[in-house]
Ligand binder design. Structure first.
Ligand SMILES: [Zn+2]
Length: 110
């Protein structure tokens, strides 16, 4: 299964490409910035099972960013759309409630 809002957000990222089988995509790495020759070094699994974490990995040795795509990682990557964060937060929550919190917009009180 593909998380449609996440996919749409990734498609708008610089360097977006899909793998031949469409199960993974890659983008310019927001953590190291990629390089002039490697513009899509960050690989993200986009076709995941319902209980499977969304893994990401940067293939530049000098970067080495890898792990599970949580809502906080998404925001570090510059993906801050509420609908995307809620979708990924819910996916992660379904895997393990302590894994990532479902993303709730903080109510504005000030
Ligand atoms: Zn990187």
């Amino acid at each position: 299964m593909v998380l449609p809002k996440l996919l749409a957000a990734l498609e708008s990222m610089e360097g977006y490409k899909t793998s031949g089988d469409g199960r993974n995509c890659s983008i310019r790495c927001p953590f190291c910035g990629g390089s002039t020759t490697d513009t899509s070094s960050l690989s993200i699994k986009i076709d995941v099972d319902p209980k499977e974490p969304i893994w990401y990995q940067c293939f530049r040795a000098s970067c080495g960013a890898k792990g599970v795509l949580t809502t906080s990682k998404l925001q570090e990557m510059g993906i801050t759309g509420m609908d995307v964060l809620m979708e990924v937060g819910q996916h992660n929550h379904n895997i393990n409630p302590s894994f990532d919190k479902p993303f709730h917009a903080r109510s504005v009180r000030d």
